[in-house]
Design a protein around this ligand. Sequence first.
Ligand code: AKG
Ligand code: FE2
Length: 258
Amino acid sequence: MPTEMEEYLFDLKGFLVIREAIDSAHLTELNDLIDVLKEVEVGEWSGYVHRTGPSALQSIYEAGEPFERLIDHPAYIDHVTRFVGGDDGLFIDEGFMTIQGPGASGRLHSGAHKRRIRTQFRYHNGQFRCGQVNVLMALTDIQDGDGPTRVVPGSHKSNLIHPALVSDERVFRDAHVEGAVEVPLKAGDAILFVDALAHGAGYRTNPGERRVAIYRYGPHWGSNRHGYVPSDELIARLTPERRKIIQPLLPKRPPVVA
Ligand SMILES: O=C(O)CCC(=O)C(=O)O
Ligand SMILES: [Fe+2]
């Protein structure tokens, strides 16, 4: 479970950094799988993994056992459970990864002013009830110049839109954004944040690749953000604990009449 201090800081800032969440042997297994998957053409599938753009691979938990281990990794799963709250368990509504080379950047987006239900931050009666808690895992070092994730601490409770977002949601690229901080990570570290937090990837100036896996957790009654369904093979081989997070409810159909 998160410590009292972690809960205080998550409530205050909207994010936490978990150092050395993934060990180096596991990182090697993940990166070896990615080396193969990055050859998939944009728009094509490798099994149930979908390459949706130059940088994105969707349903990455279908890519093999090393990615399945990330579904309920002991380094963060109790934190996620506490911050999503409720008693009926979790659901991953999007599990993907991105690969970003030199010149890539992410725009600043989100912020509590939107009052979105799906991504909301909520705390009531001693319980967190966040609609979407993201675990962003660094699979490579993401230090100065590598495009560290930037966040606006506290913006998960903001009432006003960040002034830099009003006219252009792409301002985050290279300029300093008032109130934002970079979160440098070593490979294996993770940042956990409620999606209502204003955030975005930084601007990569260095050569090489920035690789992150992102699993978004919400309450068990959610639905996949893009409509992806898990493969029968994945459902069959997952541990019961992991299966419940990928498919919390068994699809119910009338019996097939012969
Ligand atoms: O890659 C990043 O640093 C940001 C990703 C992002 O926007 C998200 O996880 O919602
Ligand atoms: Fe985001």
